[in-house]
Ligand binder design. Structure first.
Ligand code: AMP
Ligand code: MG
Length: 327
């Protein structure tokens, strides 16, 4: 079986093809990049996705060297995400499903990040640290669902890094830029905000921007931002390990690419005797292969989605999904 997966929850439009064994046959994508100093609006994202979707679809089919005869299902990211962006992927998926008479599958974006991480690392029952531009959650599989043990109370850590980078005059996406300049930085104090199992990143981001305006070097700001945010995440992850008695940690989502974060989590896991896994960089950020692979899992256990039920779900949380394929 081969699934075509379409990703369009936020900045990235991607189309991939994946087979039932988890081989990635193709993975094409394009990320909307705002001008220096600017963010993006939902309208701009949708325009970008509409403009590029045909090209990315063609590229993906060419890369896999397959035609529609060999594709069995069409999966798309149904939520959570930015409605304008989500609707582009959903419309394309419905069209392709109807035109080529292939079953339609709606995939939860967070679940897709988790399942590609498990597929590509061999991790089986981890505490999951899911960090992206739109989410920051610590989860674990308990009684049929990936339950949230801790999460941000305000903005996601990826978003905090992106906004800070913009204020520091760095290009988007900001996370990798912060990581680069942090290598030449030293520590300046920033608030550390963990409340029970939850975290908050807005106050840290605002304090970091204030310090920059007061004349603190941007390298020091970047270094300290990473140290503080990643320590908070590591602390909560360690507590989730203790609560759940799990023996693995799996880092997924775009921020998983950060080497300093990986290092902190790895040290914590070693000290607790847990195995540490991180999703390979090419599958860390948003991309179609996450969606195609989760599409296969969903289709095999739940069957197809009707077009009537394929409305996008802006606030579809990870723990709302019953994980029928693990039962
Ligand atoms: P996603 O939403 O999963 O595609 O992830 C995108 C987010 O990951 C953006 O906020 C990026 O700034 C962030 N990101 C990507 N690479 C890195 C990195 N090396 N360090 C920190 N954040 C990163
Ligand atoms: Mg994502």
């Amino acid at each position: 079986m081969i699934a075509l997966g379409i990703e369009s929850t936020a900045h990235t439009f991607g189309v991939a093809t994946v087979d039932e064994r988890g081989n990635i046959l193709s993975n094409s994508r394009d990320m909307f990049k705002p001008e220096l100093g600017k963010g993006f609006t939902p309208y701009e994202l949708a325009e970008h996705h509409y403009g590029i979707s045909g090209e990315i679809l063609d590229k993906s089919l060419k890369e896999a060297n397959i035609t529609w005869d060999s594709i069995d299902v069409v999966a798309f990211s149904q939520g959570m995400g930015i409605p304008n962006s989500l609707k582009v992927g959903a419309a394309l998926a419905r069209y392709l499903s109807l035109k080529y008479s292939k079953p339609l599958i709606g995939v939860n974006h967070g679940i897709a990040h988790i399942e590609i991480g498990k597929l590509k690392t061999g991790s089986s029952d981890p505490v999951i640290v899911y960090l992206s531009g739109g989410n920051s959650q610590i989860l674990a599989y308990v009684s049929g669902r990936y339950r949230v043990f801790g999460e941000t109370q305000d903005i996601p850590v990826g978003n905090a890094l992106d906004v800070l980078a913009r204020e520091l005059g760095l290009p988007m996406p900001g996370g990798p830029e912060i990581e680069k300049i942090a290598k030449n930085g030293g520590f300046t104090d920033l608030p550390y905000v963990v409340k029970g199992m939850d975290m908050s990143f807005t106050g840290i981001m605002t304090a970091a921007i204030e310090k920059f305006k007061e004349g603190v070097r941007k390298e020091d700001i970047a270094y300290s931002m990473q140290e503080v945010c990643f320590s908070m995440l590591t602390e909560v992850t360690e507590r989730a390990l203790a609560h759940t008695n799990k023996k693995e940690v799996l880092l997924v989502g775009g921020v998983a690419a950060n080497k300093r974060l990986q290092e902190m989590m790895k040290v914590m896991c070693e000290e607790r005797g847990a195995n540490f896994y991180v999703v390979p960089q090419e599958y860390a950020g948003d991309n179609g292969s996450n969606i195609a692979w989760a599409g296969i899992l969903v289709y095999n256990s739940n069957g197809k989605l009707s077009v009537e039920d394929s409305r996008v779900k802006q606030n579809w949380r990870t723990e709302d999904v019953e994980i029928t394929w693990l039962k």
